[in-house]
Design a protein around this ligand. Sequence first.
Ligand SMILES: N[C@@H](CCC(=O)N[C@@H](CS)C(=O)NCC(=O)O)C(=O)O
Length: 240
Amino acid sequence: MAPELILHGLPPSHPCMTVAAALEYKTLPFERIDFTPGEHVEKMQEIYGEGNSTVPGLLVDGEPVHGSCAILERLETIAPEPTLYPTPQVREAELWGDGELQDLGRRLPWGALHFRPEAMGTYAGRDPLDGAGTDFAIGYVRASWKYHKVSAARLQEDLAGLPAMLAHVEQLAQEGVIGGEQPNAADFQIGATIRVLLTIGDLRPLLAGSAGERIALRHFPDNPGDVPAGAYPAGWTPSR
Ligand SMILES: N[C@@H](CCC(=O)N[C@@H](CS)C(=O)NCC(=O)O)C(=O)O
């Protein structure tokens, strides 16, 4: 009998998208509980232990498993087929996606929203914010820059480093590690981050036609968020 699975998340979280996609791929029924940003810190630590304040977390028959990679590994023991780890290279690519690429899915959208705060409403699936909403968003984005350690200097560096990251994704696809007919842990991990990057209009030309874009849209066709092109300062977005 399948264990009871409860996924704890935050609504706009790409590692939560990764876990939800893996659960669905393995056709494991689960309940999802989304916390309100802010309250999640205390609630997650209550369930997953001191220091484990980030999402996702998964309760497996009440046993806490914290972090997207640990959760996917655990899912593999619950339901070995279809496998998430067909080769050791997939695990390596998944860990790269978690350790190197994933942070860009936080810093680049928050970075863009500083310049287009009215677009924050689109990440909740709504229209761009009105004046009062934008006032709120300006404060929220400022706090998020601090929390996620975004600075203009770091944003510029992240953007400059993006082509190399995307080249690695392309190489993984060429080697057949990701982007195959059967999805795997690395597809779900890398694809979720690229899907978030696709919400940023400035980055869409860079991603157009890439393996990352194809993988992201295949596994995460509908994802809210749209920051219109022209958000980042001129000359910061790398060209193809
Ligand atoms: N690499 C970890 C990172 C998790 C992570 O940083 N999650 C973000 C959401 S995308 C989060 O919980 N942010 C709120 C916070 O850091 O308190 C994983 O994949 O589980």
